[in-house]
Design a protein around this ligand. Structure first.
Ligand code: 13P
Length: 250
């Protein structure tokens, strides 16, 4: 049985004060017998302050992105060494907002994933189709391309450090959550794809999160799907009570 993994992606929100307050409320409210691994993913500028709140607790700390070079003349970028120095345990790569707003390609995303693994950091690789791709029946094709570009050639040991987040772009921040059938079908597709690329055992171990308008009132049904192993939460992670409500659904 895979333990649920619920992560809150705070995106470009929160002052340092708001982020630390939110982290404190979360740590305080988190039941010691919570049925899930829990993580928060503040913006780079809040990471150091949030680290002070979550250190020594069960809450993991992640970053929203990373650059693939170690150091040097890369103005504005943050390296894996800098993330480790700040106490970060994992980073997202390939979030839909980085793919579709910033314009990151599968090749760039792969370099970031490789850099994180080389630094012994964990990864959440985000994949998902646009509304137009779903409507034209291309969802599985998109997942195929993004998953293969993301993890082909990894060792089983490396794969254990990777979580995949299925985030249909049309469900992100729109209030339009995927149905449980849509989520389960995409997750099952991803797991079978991973099994075909690696082994069934590798695929069975992998945790696949769902992201896109997850709220306390839909989390339980989504998380009850056999291949939905957690949630990557945006808007509802910005309030401790709603994020805790989602964790309680695990
Ligand atoms: P929302 O929960 O706001 O739809 O965002 C999902 C997401 O993009 C998490 O990474």
């Amino acid at each position: 049985m895979r333990k649920a993994y619920v992560a809150g992606n705070w995106k470009m929100n929160c002052t340092i004060q708001e982020a630390t307050d939110l982290a404190k409320e979360l740590v305080k409210g988190l039941a010691s017998d919570a049925n899930a691994d829990v993580a928060v993913i503040p913006s780079f500028l809040q990471i150091a302050a949030v680290k002070e709140v979550v250190k020594g607790t069960a809450v993991k700390l992640g970053a929203q992105d990373v650059y693939f070079e170690n150091n040097g003349a890369f103005t504005g970028e943050i390296s894996t060494a800098m993330l480790k120095d700040a106490g970060v345990e994992f980073a997202l790569v390939g979030h839909s907002e980085r793919r579709h707003v910033i314009g990151e390609t599968d090749a760039i995303i792969r370099k970031k994933l490789d850099a994180l693994l080389a630094a012994d950091l964990e990864v959440i690789l985000c994949v998902g189709e646009l509304l137009s791709e779903r409507e034209s029946g291309d969802t599985e094709k998109v997942l195929d391309t993004q998953v293969k570009a993301g993890i082909t050639g990894l060792s089983s040991a490396q794969l254990e450090k990777v979580t995949i987040a299925y985030e249909p772009v049309w469900a992100i921040g729109t209030g339009k959550v995927a149905s449980t059938e849509q989520a389960q079908s995409a997750h099952k597709y991803i797991r079978e794809l991973v099994a075909s690329m690696f082994t069934q055992e590798d695929a069975d171990k992998m945790r696949i999160q769902y992201g896109g308008s997850v709220k306390p009132d839909n989390a339980k049904d989504l998380l009850a799907q056999p291949d939905v192993d957690g949630a990557l939460v945006g808007g509802a992670a910005l309030k401790a009570d709603s994020f805790l409500g989602i964790i309680a659904g695990a």
